[in-house]
Design a protein around this ligand. Structure first.
Ligand SMILES: [Cu+2]
Length: 508
């Protein structure tokens, strides 16, 4: 942690005396205990724009996806509730989908930045519908509506998980059909042919909204919730029959891949026993196996996990043992295997809430509904009363850790395995020699406490030498299994740990 004089912590170098005092900072040294000092340690919950004291939203965002223009597509239940939120102004634009009740669908992004939405159901049960929320110039092609209706799936599904594969196709797993039966066959969407292919040899019942992750070798890992986890070989079409057994069930918990092949499972509640337990598995090892990591400070379920710009994992909200809502956020550092309490949230978030990393390094926390009877600010759409029609933003501690780098130029497209150059702005308070880390993060798409799309990939880079002090030479990911084709936020992180506002790049 470093202390800067001007409270906003954006400019100036750390003062050595203050730096020493920081290590023993107590509130006895009143002038150090400013808001920014607290924020350096705990982060800070903030009101989303417009900043006018009103956190209210016109809907409870049960589902949210970040689009490559930085706007966030959200909906509550029916497709008609869909809106696009501009995080810079706070303005909403109605984007109604009249064809499908989109609630309880699966979502993942396509190579062109559009969002594929598989199935859905509420208030009826599972549907075969395939919708695409189009990104880019498709508005011109489809008469002004961003919604495209694509080929139906082979199976009706609600509560499925979508997983973008290395070639840009999308695997859809699990869900329930129109008869409330579990769908046991996965299927794959080819966005070029607009067709679905059932994986006929991969008949297996796995839980609703399973934690599915594309591995660096192109296989897909079912990481739970369940003790027995399995690898699905996309090429052969068969599941590996040998389970990789975890210690906890992780029902109502969550999971994230925090680096290619490295997966974390966090918390959950099984048969009324709420877990603080955290487990890790690393598919870069010869024999991947679940291992126990440091537990969260707080046992919880129905929480959300967000990969931050620097590779740490933020856990938001959820419910404590017994079902009381939790406002304590926690931050996991994979390098140190530690959990640190963050600032307490303003609002409850648990069932049907969303949490998404934004390009400025902040996290949007919104929506959810209230199963406990505590006061909430109803925005009832079709039989879902007791909703949290509000949002707040979390500024992680890294945004208070020093001067913020500013990206000047970044290419709009990058190619697998090739180097590309990014330059810092001439106004950036950090030169290229002050850049310590470069990351790509795929935009999140979250519902029901699992993000089906977020992905963190750290990139190799070299700093510009003499004559190129503002340039950084970066190597793009080697292939689509490391990072599927599509749009990513490109973050540069200073040696103080501060991310620049990301630029979106299209990896192809
Ligand atoms: Cu639900």
């Amino acid at each position: 942690m470093k202390i800067y004089f001007n409270n906003g912590a954006m400019f100036g170098r750390p003062h050595s005396l203050l730096r020493k005092l920081t290590a023993i900072c107590t509130c006895a040294v009143a002038f150090i205990c400013t808001q920014s000092t607290l924020a350096q340690a705990l982060g800070e919950w903030q009101e989303p724009p417009p900043v006018d004291g009103d956190y209210t939203w016109p809907l409870a965002a049960f589902t949210g996806a970040l689009m490559p223009d930085g706007k966030i597509l959200v909906w509550q239940t029916d497709g008609e509730t869909a809106r696009l939120w501009d995080s810079s102004t706070g303005a909403f634009t109605c984007m109604p989908n009249f064809s499908t009740p989109l609630f309880c669908s699966g979502h993942a992004s396509l190579a062109n930045g559009s969002l594929l939405i598989a199935g859905g159901g509420y208030p009826s049960s599972g549907r075969k519908d395939t919708n695409v929320y189009c990104y880019g110039n498709c508005f011109l092609t489809f008469g002004g509506s961003p919604w495209q209706i694509k080929q139906d799936m082979n199976f009706a599904r609600y509560y499925p998980t979508c997983t973008t594969l290395g070639d840009g196709s999308i695997l859809v797993s699990a869900g329930k059909d129109a008869s409330e039966q579990h769908v046991t066959f996965p299927e794959i969407y080819d966005p070029v042919a607009d067709s679905w292919s059932t994986m006929d040899f991969a008949d297996k019942q796995i839980p609703l909204y399973p934690f599915m992750f594309l591995l660096p070798d192109g296989r897909v890992f079912f990481a739970g919730p369940r003790k027995n986890t399995f690898v699905l070989d996309i090429d052969t079409g068969f599941w590996d029959p040998n389970p990789i057994v975890a210690e906890y069930f992780a029902s109502k918990g969550t999971a994230a891949m925090y680096e290619p092949g490295k997966i974390i499972r966090i918390g959950g509640d099984t048969d009324g026993v709420t877990e603080s337990a955290v487990e890790l598995i690393d598919f870069n090892e010869a024999t991947p196996a679940w291992s126990t990591a440091s537990s969260m400070n707080q046992a919880r379920y129905d929480h959300q996990a967000v990969l931050l710009a620097d590779g740490k994992v933020l856990v938001i909200g959820g419910l404590a043992p017994g079902g009381a809502p939790l406002k304590l956020a926690e931050l996991y550092d994979p390098a140190a295997n530690t959990w640190t309490n963050m600032e307490v949230m303003t609002f409850n978030r648990y069932h049907h809430a969303i949490a998404l990393l934004l390009p400025d390094g902040k996290v949007l926390s919104a929506g959810g509904n209230n199963c406990n009877g505590e006061p909430s600010d109803d925005c009832d759409f079709g039989g879902f009363p007791s909703t949290y029609c509000n949002a707040e933003l979390f500024a992680p501690p890294y945004l208070f850790a020093g001067p913020t780098p500013v990206i000047g130029f970044a290419p709009t497209t990058i190619s697998y395995g090739l180097d590309f150059t990014v330059s810092l702005s001439t106004t950036s308070p950090v030169g290229s020699s002050g850049i310590a880390k470069v990351s790509l993060i795929r935009p999140g798409a979250m519902t029901h406490n699992f993000d089906q799309n977020q992905r963190y990939v750290e990139l190799d880079f070299t700093l510009g030498g003499i004559g190129h002090q503002n340039s950084i030479f970066i190597t793009a990911p080697l292939n689509g299994n490391i990072a599927p084709p599509g749009y990513y936020m490109l973050f540069l992180i200073s040696d103080d740990g501060v991310p620049a506002v990301a630029k979106f790049v299209q990896l192809q």
